[in-house]
Design a protein around this ligand. Sequence first.
Ligand SMILES: Cc1cc2nc3c(=O)[nH]c(=O)nc-3n(C[C@H](O)[C@H](O)[C@H](O)COP(=O)(O)O)c2cc1C
Length: 208
Amino acid sequence: MNYDAITNRHGLRHDPFKAIVAPRPIGWISSLDAEGRPNLAPYSFFNAVSDNPHIVMFSSSGWKDSVANVEATGEFVCNLATWNLREQMNQSSAPFGAGVSEFEATGLTPVASAAVKVPRVGEVPIALECRHLQTLHLTDLEGAETDRWMVLGQVVSIYIDDAVIRDGMIDVTDLRPLARLGYRDYSVVDAVFQMDRPKGGGGEASGA
Ligand SMILES: Cc1cc2nc3c(=O)[nH]c(=O)nc-3n(C[C@H](O)[C@H](O)[C@H](O)COP(=O)(O)O)c2cc1C
């Protein structure tokens, strides 16, 4: 099949787009509102977009609290959503009112970060502390404004639980990070394989 992705008449049961661009890592974004109240929500339109400097982004469908908070305070933290925290991660996406702490609602522990005022999730083994770079108001091919907002931040400090470091490396199969697929589907990273880079290969910086 082939279909026009602008009119999006795919004829399928659901829009397959998010099932196609998958797996997506989940940025579990903590932030503070202007009054200093903590907020926590998962974003799967999330990724690293640069490794030097370390830059990450998350994108919001609508002007949600996380975007408003980053705009207000200039900081956020990306907490790694892992298999053992899948229920809390999911619960934290519920539409709590602005100013209601998802930390309290889900029983998670806000722990002081090293370099930003925004707390990280105490139960997560890895967290990226970020300062806001810019928020892009996304436009479409016609130049029309969408209700989509992409927040970019530079990572200024990284927390790693020493227990997840083995031989100087992070054992990802032990961490079991969650990934979002389409529909109601998720995946978990619990198996890896290695490949050597071709000689002279450029582009993505060396993973080693
Ligand atoms: C796994 C998962 C991934 C999500 N990814 C996104 C996303 O990329 N963008 C978005 O706008 N909402 C996403 N959501 C929904 C938000 O988490 C939800 O709207 C939340 O209430 C937003 O919280 P906030 O207003 O405190 O930022 C996702 C939900 C889940 C469970």
